[in-house]
Design a protein around this ligand. Sequence first.
Ligand code: DC
Length: 241
Amino acid sequence: MQKDQLRALENDPATSRAPFSVAIDGPAGAGKSTVAKRIAKRLGIIYVDTGAMYRALGLKALRLGIEPSDIENVLPMLPGTDISLDHIDGVQHIFLDGEDVSGLIRTEEVSQAASKISAIREVREKLVELQQALAEKTSVVMDGRDIGTVVLPHAKYKFYVTASAEVRAERRYREYEEKGKLDGRSYENILAEIIERDDRDMNREVTPLRPAEDSVIIDTSDLGIEESVAAVLEKMGLSAL
Ligand code: DC
C-alpha cells in the first residue's frame, strides 16, 4: 500500500469509531459548499449546510411579515419554530415546521433575511445547539460562518475558504446568468449585495465571521473547483482518489 493511501486510511472516518468533524467557514460565494460537499463525499460522511438553517428562519420571518432584524418580533417566533435536516439520497433537505423548504431558500431576499436574523443571539443559540447535536451523533463536514470558532471548536480539521469580493461576485453573476436568475441585476448590483452581506456577517456583535486561529486558509480567487478540493484534501493528508 502506498504511503498516501495508508495515511488516507488513518484519517478516514469510516475506519475510526468516534464522530469526526471537518469545519469549513468563509464568506458567501467563496465556494465553501461545493468544496464541503466534495470532501464529504470523498470521506463518506454527511455534509451539513448550516446556512440553510438560518435561511429557513429568515424565510419564516418574511412569510410572517416580520423584519428579520427586529428582535422584538423575532424572539416570540423562535420557541414555536421547528428546524430540522434530513439527507435524502445524500442530499441535504431542510424542513421548516415540517415543510421541506429546500427549494425556497436560495433567493437574494432570503439570503439577506438569513444574514439579518443570524445576527440575533437567541437565533444563533438555538441553531448552534442543533448543529452540535448533529455532529455528536455522526461524522460531518459542516459549513457556515462560525463552525470552527463556536460550533465545533474541537473539529479535527478547520478550513476558512475565501476569495476576493470581485471574484465571488463574478462567479455568482455567471451562475445566476446560467440559471436565468439575474432578474435584471448587473455585476455591480451583485457585487454590492455580496459586500453588504460580508459587512453584516463580519461586523455583527455576536460571533462575527472570522477564521478560527487554528484554521487553514484556502483562497480560491485563482483556483478552480478541482484545485480548491485538492488543496483541502492535501491539507488533510488525503489523495483525491
Ligand atoms: O452560507 P449561506 O450563504 O447560506 O448563509 C446565509 C446567511 O446565514 C449568512 O449570510 C450568514 C448566516 N450564517 C451564519 O451566521 N452562521 C452560519 N453558520 C451559517 C450562516
